[in-house]
Design a binder for this molecule. Structure first.
Ligand code: ATP
Length: 352
C-alpha cells in the first residue's frame, strides 16, 4: 500500500501563508507518529502576489505540474487591490477548480463548543452537517465570457448540465450514506427552470440510494432553517453560487470563517483549503485562525485514504476537539487571545 505522498502547497495571498504554515506543522507532526507515512511537500506560487511578480496569477506551467501530485493544499487567493484591467478580482482558486474539474465542493460544519456559536443553547456536535457545493458550473459558469463594456446590460447564466448535476448529486448521496443518511436538495425550483432541471435530476438519481432519506428546501428558506434549526441537516447539496453564499452563513453558525474547512474534489484531483478568503483586513498580523486550514489538511489525509492517512486525519480531529473543549483556547476571531502560531502550538500539543 502507498505510504509516500507528494503534496503541492499553494500558500497564496493575505493570510494564506500564515494558516498554511500551521497546517504543514501539524501534518509533519502526524507524519512522525505514523510509521512509514511520508508527506513530501513542494511549494508553488499562485495568486495575486504571483501576478504582481510575473504577470499571471495562475501560470499554465504550474497547473500542469499540479497534476503530478497526490493532493493539493491551498491557503487563500486574491487581494482586493489587485485586479484585472476590467476591474474584477483575480480568483485563481475558482479557475483551478474548473481546470482540474473539481466539481464536488465539500464543506463540513461542526460546532466544537457551545460558546463558539452565535445561536443560543447549541451543544458540542449539535451542529454537524456537510454542505456540498457544485463547483464547476451553476451561476459562475459564464463569468469569463467577454462583455461589451458599452452595453447597458449584463447577464450571468445559471448553467446546469445533466452530467454536471448527476455527478455532484451522486457524490452528495454517497457522503450522506456514510453519515446519517439524510440529504437535502437546496434549489430555487419554484422560480428558475435551471433549478427545476437540477431537482428533476436529483429525483432521478435518488432511487439509486434507497437508504438515504431526501427532502428539498428553496435556497431562501434554507437560509432561514440554517439559523432556526441547523441540527436538522445532515448533508445538503446545491449549485455553485447558492453554495458559496450558504457556506459563509453555515460557517457563522460555528464561529466564523476560521472554523470552516473545505475540499474541492474531482474524479482525479483534489484541493483542500479553508472556506475563507485571503482576509486582507487581518493579513500580516499573525492573528488569523488556522483551524479551518488544519481541518482541511485532515480532510486531505482522509481523502488520500490509506489506513495510516485516515489514522492521521482522526488524530488531527481529536486534537482540535481537545483544544476547543477549553473555551479559553481561542484566536481573536472567536474572542480569544491566541495568535495563529499559538493555536498551531496548542493543536500540536494535543495530538494523540
Ligand atoms: P473570498 O471572496 O475570497 O471568499 P471574502 O471577501 O468573502 O473572501 P474572507 O477573506 O473570507 O472574505 O474574510 C471574511 C471575514 O472573515 C473577514 O473579516 C476576515 O477577517 C474574516 N476571516 C476570514 N478568515 C479568517 C481566519 N482564518 N481567521 C480569522 N478571521 C478570518
Amino acid at each position: 500500500m502507498k505510504t509516500a505522498f507528494r503534496i503541492a502547497l499553494l500558500p497564496g495571498d493575505g493570510i494564506g501563508p500564515d494558516v498554511t504554515a500551521e497546517a504543514v506543522r501539524v501534518l509533519r507532526a502526524v507524519e512522525t507518529r505514523i510509521p512509514g507515512l511520508a508527506l513530501n511537500f513542494e511549494e508553488f506560487s499562485i495568486g495575486a502576489g504571483e501576478y504582481l511578480k510575473n504577470g499571471h496569477p495562475l501560470p499554465d506551467s504550474v497547473v500542469d505540474k499540479l497534476r503530478e501530485f497526490d493532493a493539493i493544499l491551498l491557503g487563500a487567493m486574491g487581494l482586493p487591490g489587485v485586479r484585472w484591467p476590467d476591474g474584477t478580482e483575480m480568483t485563481p482558486q475558482v479557475e483551478l477548480r474548473e481546470r482540474l474539474d473539481l466539481y464536488n465542493g465539500v464543506r463540513p460544519i461542526y460546532l466544537f463548543h457551545p460558546n463558539d456559536s452565535p445561536l443560543r443553547g447549541k451543544q458540542t456536535g449539535e451542529i454537524d452537517f456537510v454542505l456540498i457545493r457544485e463547483s464547476t458550473e451553476g451561476l459562475f459558469s459564464t463569468r469569463k465570457v467577454p462583455r461589451d463594456p458599452a452595453a447597458n446590460r449584463a447577464t450571468d447564466t445559471m448553467l446546469i448540465t445533466r452530467a454536471g448535476a448527476e455527478r455532484v448529486i451522486r457524490a452528495a448521496f454517497r457522503i450522506a450514506a456514510g453519515r446519517r443518511n439524510r440529504l437535502t436538495l437546496v434549489d430555487k425550483a419554484n422560480v428558475l427552470p435551471s433549478m427545476a432541471f437540477f431537482r428533476q435530476i436529483f429525483d432521478e438519481v435518488a432511487p439509486e440510494f434507497p437508504a438515504v432519506q431526501t427532502d428539498y428546501a428553496y435556497v431562501d428558506a434554507a437560509a432561514l432553517y440554517l439559523v432556526q434549526r441547523p441540527e436538522s441537516f445532515d448533508v445538503m447539496v446545491t449549485e455553485n453560487m447558492f453554495g458559496d453564499i450558504l457556506s459563509d452563513l453555515a460557517a457563522a453558525l460555528v464561529g466564523g470563517m476560521g472554523m470552516a474547512p473545505s475540499a474541492d474534489i474531482g474524479d482525479r484531483y483534489a484541493i483542500f483549503q479553508p472556506s475563507h478568503g485571503s482576509a486582507p483586513d487581518i493579513a500580516g498580523k499573525g492573528i488569523a485562525n488556522p483551524v479551518a486550514t488544519i481541518l482541511s489538511a485532515a480532510m486531505m489525509l482522509e481523502w488520500l485514504g490509506t489506513a495510516g492517512c485516515k489514522q492521521g486525519a482522526g488524530m488531527i480531529q481529536a486534537a482540535v476537539r481537545q483544544v476547543f473543549a477549553d473555551p479559553a483556547a481561542r484566536t481573536r476571531d472567536l474572542g480569544g487571545r491566541l495568535s495563529t502560531t499559538q493555536m498551531g502550538d496548542a493543536i500540536l500539543a494535543a495530538l494523540p
